[in-house]
Design a protein around this ligand. Structure first.
Ligand SMILES: [Ca+2]
Length: 72
């Protein structure tokens, strides 16, 4: 089977790990940007859990653009 991606994956500019968080998570890249879970979204040891009704993660604002990839 051929790999879907050959080579070294790029390093993320920002990443938020919700496993074991406390209502939100700080950017693990050290930017200070915070993601806050809203409207019932909860932190668990497996990550953020959304109840299916109006939940979201509110990210601090930052300037971004150009080519990008988002992974969830
Ligand atoms: Ca909700």
């Amino acid at each position: 089977m051929e790999p879907l991606f050959a080579g070294t994956p790029p390093t993320a500019d920002h990443a938020w790990d919700f496993r074991g968080c406390d209502g939100g998570a700080l950017d693990s890249a050290g930017s200070g940007l915070e993601a806050t879970l809203m409207n019932g979204a909860a932190c668990t040891t497996a990550g953020a859990v959304f109840d299916g009704s109006n939940d979201y993660a509110d990210l601090d604002d930052w300037e971004w653009g150009g080519a990008l990839t988002i992974e969830v």
